[in-house]
Design a protein around this ligand. Structure first.
Ligand SMILES: [Zn+2]
Length: 301
């Protein structure tokens, strides 16, 4: 794929203001669907990013077109993602506990960008009714086989249903959307009146990106926009949500996953198998404070 398949974005996709400041310069020349894997380790690869002077939203310009994104995500195959199943399950168990605190009756969940269905499988085990949306054929086939769940092979914008959901989850999703405003409006329309939305997304104005600059691990080709505490509040208010809580999100990974994100680390582990097994066994919780976990309720109106 070439950069010419990109589209220009002349104004903020959230508030429509055209005043902006350039924050990061792109260092991506060419990309393929492999660059869009969840476990992709090409940290520090970033698009041209602008910060909206009005609402503080960070967006890429130029950016992959919506059609190109669907094409890319449909083709994603990422076997490494399942490798970290246990670490991811720990992250997701915490989210399920928090959902139950807000909504103790186990309702119907729609997981958007469900990947291989790890969250859905866990929610199902916990007694929820689950449905998911995922464009990748590979991930959908895997999820169906592994978890026996109802997962639709499509993207959020093409998804059509008459059903309404109690809970919608956007776990590491919104930073991948070309139009997050449309995405949240769609989520609002799919929720029941007392429905809740859960979002996990990087916070670009946290400490780590300030220290690491272009080397921040969330700078990767699939992340085409970024939120801050202020802009996430703004967009949720604009799309009819009332925020219940915003917490820092802590990742739990095996030491192997962390080490293998660096190509030298991966090479060493692949050569020394016992080391790989040992590192896979050691789980580390990373208190990076660079992602947000947001719970919001559909506003009555
Ligand atoms: Zn804006």
């Amino acid at each position: 794929m070439q950069k010419k398949e990109m589209e220009r974005v002349h104004k903020c996709p959230i508030c429509g203001n055209s005043k902006r400041k350039k924050i990061y310069n792109s260092n991506i020349s060419d990309f393929s669907s492999d660059d869009f894997n969840i476990t992709d380790s090409q940290y520090g690869k970033t698009w041209d990013f602008y910060k909206c002077s009005n609402c503080g939203f960070y967006y890429s310009d130029p950016t992959p077109s919506a059609e190109l994104l669907v094409k890319i995500y449909s083709a994603v195959e990422d076997p490494d993602y399942e490798m970290e199943k246990r670490g991811r399950e720990d992250n997701f168990k915490r989210i399920i506990k928090r959902i139950l605190k807000i909504k103790p009756e186990k309702g119907k969940i729609l997981d958007v960008g469900a990947a291989t269905g790890i969250f859905m499988g866990l929610a199902k085990e916990n007694g929820f009714m689950v449905e998911g949306i995922e464009p990748s054929k590979w991930a959908v086939d895997f999820a169906k086989k592994e978890h026996n769940i109802d997962i639709h092979r499509t993207d959020l914008f093409s998804f059509e249903t008459d059903k309404k959901y109690d809970i919608i989850t956007f776990l590491d999703l919104i930073e991948h959307l070309k139009n997050p405003l449309e995405g949240l409006n769609k989520a609002n329309s799919l929720l029941k009146n007392d429905g809740i939305l859960v979002i996990v997304t990087p916070n670009i104005e946290s400490l780590l990106p300030k220290i690491m600059k272009n080397r921040w691990w969330h700078f990767r080709p699939p992340h085409i926009n970024f939120f801050t505490n202020r802009s996430i509040k703004y967009i949720l208010d604009k799309t009819g949500f009332e925020i219940l809580s915003i917490k820092p999100y802590h990742w739990r990974f095996s030491l192997y996953y962390i080490v293998s994100r660096f190509s030298t680390g991966k090479k060493i582990c692949d050569k020394i198998k016992p080391l790989k097994s040992l590192l896979k066994f050691i789980k580390i919780k990373l208190y990076l404070f660079d992602s947000m976990e947001i719970y919001a309720k559909k506003r009555d109106n």
